[in-house]
Design a binder for this molecule. Sequence first.
Ligand code: C2E
Ligand code: MG
Ligand code: MG
Length: 414
Amino acid sequence: MSRQDRILIVDDEPEVRAFFRDVAEGLHFQVFEAGNQTEFEEAIGKDNPAVIILDLTLPNTDGIVLLRDLADRKCTADVILTSGQDARVLTTAQRLGRGFGLKMGPILPKPVAVDELESVLERVRSGAASITADTLGRAIDEEELVLHYQPKVSLQANGDFPIIGSEALVRWQHPTRGLVPPGAFIPLAEDCGLIGRLTEVVLRRAIAQLVAWKDQGIAIPVSVNLSPKQLTDMTLPDRIAEALALAGLDPALLVVEITEQAAMQDIDKATDILTRLRLKKIAISLDDFGVGYSSLIKLYQMPLSELKFDRSLIVDVDEDADARTFVKALVALAHGLKLPICVEGVETLTTAEFLQSLKCQHAQGFHFSKPLPPEDFFDLVKGRRARPAAAAEPQSSAPTAAPMALYRTASLAQ
Ligand code: C2E
Ligand code: MG
Ligand code: MG
């Protein structure tokens, strides 16, 4: 049996270990067990497991101590945390483990179902959970991160949806796995201190793309996502403004997207940074509005240029009258605050028309187009897109985009 198939189960309850053993052996894993810290240390020393299932609650110690021990040993195994505690304790511990540089797999809240455990073990074995701080750091250095651009359209032209902007969304062009979506590596980048470098790359690429498009005759603003950590970096406004000036670009071509949660973490610092960005003519969009916690009272005190409604707000509006009432109320709030709205995740014409009837200004979504590689985005803008949007991102099963005849846009030189 190869190392790939060696699994260590760390749990103080013999019957739980027996359950994990049965399922793992059913998948042809070679199973080792530890019921306490001493047995754990022995097993790590001699059994060389590729996968570790680790219970967070152990007698006389706890899972975090053992995670730290694994990190000290530079352990390369995939670690799957399990516990009967609140799932939030598990995700926090998972994040800590990532921060220690460990390969953290999915979490398993107890009680664990057989099929759930089987699916997690299969995924880990197939390598789906093995992105580490090291491999991601190398990918950033080797320029494997690429940007795709999702059109942002206007809802204000009758029956037509001209492209008025784009959102840059990062992907990892992995040498063996193909295109890896941001959800698979942004949380890791945030936990292990790589998000600053990642954002530098994203900003640099987005600015270079703006220059390239300007040279090709189109000027369409690009929105870039910032992560919460960046809203405490007081040098950010100057660095972004300098990069734009150096590239000879109008600052209005760059929009910065932040999340509610990020802005609320250190509201004073965030307001300082955001105000200075606005003074430098860079627009601020509040992303994912409507999810997570929101301190509505702070909302109108921030120097925002736009509210981006999260997809979860509008996902049911085609069928559900209550969902429509809710969206109407939020739209009225934004209108009252004179904040333009961009609605994300529009997948049907019915939704687009409903939002038009409410006088929402902008939208993004698979109904208009999926995120596209830059060449395809350019072709779409120029009305000569060669291939359907759905082909660009094979990992998703979303509906195809509307026909390209729908798109018109302002350009520098047609
Ligand atoms: P986001 O900024 O809210 O981006 C919108 C996400 O919704 C994108 O997912 C986009 O592909 C997806 N989407 C757009 N229209 C539709 C639709 O009609 N239906 C559905 N189901 N989905 C739609 P993506 O590209 O996977 O990005 C996920 C998240 O990853 C982003 O959410 C953002 O929070 C983060 N992200 C992406 N790029 C970056 C980056 O460069 N830096 C940082 N810090 N975060 C990034
Ligand atoms: Mg965004
Ligand atoms: Mg969003």
